[in-house]
Design a protein around this ligand. Structure first.
Ligand code: AMP
Ligand code: FES
Ligand code: ZN
Ligand code: ZN
Length: 316
């Protein structure tokens, strides 16, 4: 059996940087030091005393909370937030997993229930989409809802920033899809740290942006952490553009090791800085008072349509 390159205990996973195997403990230290280097390189925690972590119950956000607690739990105040999205067969398990992680780490986690607190669910958004009553797929509605609620909660509770578990593969998949479709202005937010631009918009950080899917999965396994095993029923099928591009990127990395790092470094150093964006003027949403470039923010529009019976309303 392969042995750990550092201590000689049974090897857990092959690590190309070490040209050999590492045991669970040394693998965990290796991943944590990768995150720590990223945090320092991009000054992700500059000026941050209270950090809110968005927890889905998936491998990335579970690893994120655990790693941030191990590395900085004694220096900054950490708290988790889970949004129960009302997705049958998925949301219940997700909430339970997040609750378990809170018990394991002792970190406080708060919960928002979309149905109970806001009167609609992502299931309802999906039903409306499949009946062609709205034109945005459930995943897209879900993204808007999560971004809005994480930010709103952080602003109201006085957090300095929100951290999410977006990893290297997530960012490259998103970037590639938007490059192919020509929506490059969407890329400007795909950075390790997105500064606050308004008193009601908190700074966003992505400390796992140098870790791959495989690395976060290995990390949660090495540390026996609970994660949601079911997949969201609204996840886009493998035949869609984004998953296909992600799988091609993985194939290239297997042939050219370091391809993903080169891609993401060029994205941050060259591609994003060359994108010209017009400054957007922010007003307060007429309904909720949160910043928006239009009269009524996307969240309030979604909420209005999904809580009133406007069957002809199709444009979110
Ligand atoms: P996703 O949009 O599902 O790829 O998730 C990206 C990140 O958003 C996750 O790593 C979490 O940090 C955060 N997130 C996703 N779903 C939730 C949720 N239900 N509640 C709180 N945060 C979430
Ligand atoms: Fe949001 Fe699947 S988790 S649609
Ligand atoms: Zn070892
Ligand atoms: Zn609003």
């Amino acid at each position: 059996m392969a042995k750990c390159r550092i201590c000689g205990k049974p090897g857990f996973v092959y690590v190309s940087e070490y040209k050999g195997y590492l045991c669970k403990e040394h693998y965990s230290r290796f991943i944590e030091s990768k995150v720590d280097r990223c945090v320092k390189r991009f000054a992700l925690l500059r000026g941050i005393k209270r950090l809110l972590i968005g927890l889905s119950g998936g491998k990335d956000s579970i690893a994120l909370l655990y790693i941030m607690n191990r590395l900085y739990g004694d220096k900054i105040e950490l708290e988790g937030l889970h949004i129960n999205l009302g997705i049958p067969g998925y949301s219940g398990e997700s909430q339970q997993i997040v609750d378990k992680l809170s018990s394991i780490t002792g970190i406080k986690v708060s919960f928002i229930n979309l149905c109970a607190d806001y009167g609609f669910s992502i299931k309802k958004a999906a039903d409306y989409y499949f009946k062609k009553r709205i034109n945005r797929p459930p995943c897209s509605v879900c993204g808007t809802v999560k971004r809005y609620l994480l930010n709103k909660y952080a602003v109201e509770k006085g957090f300095d920033a929100v951290a999410t578990g977006h990893n290297l593969d997530d960012i490259l998949r998103f970037a590639s899809t938007n490059i192919v479709t020509g929506d490059v202005s969407n890329l400007v937010k795909q950075v390790p740290r997105e500064e606050s631009t308004h008193p009601k918009i908190v700074t966003k950080i992505r400390p796992l942006c140098y870790l791959s899917n495989k690395e976060t999965l290995n990390y949660v396994e090495a540390n026996n952490l609970p994660i949601v095993r079911t997949t969201c029923p609204y996840k886009p099928s493998e035949r869609k553009l984004a998953p296909m591009l992600a799988s091609k990127i993985g194939e290239i990395e297997a042939v050219i090791p370091g391809f993903k790092s080169m891609y993401i470094n060029n994205l941050w150093r060259k591609i994003i800085p060359s994108i010209k964006t017009e400054p957007v003027e922010l007003n307060e949403c007429e309904i909720c008072g949160m910043p928006t470039s239009i009269k009524v923010c996307s969240f309030c529009k979604i909420r209005h349509i999904l809580t009133s019976d406007q069957s002809e309303e199709r444009f979110l």
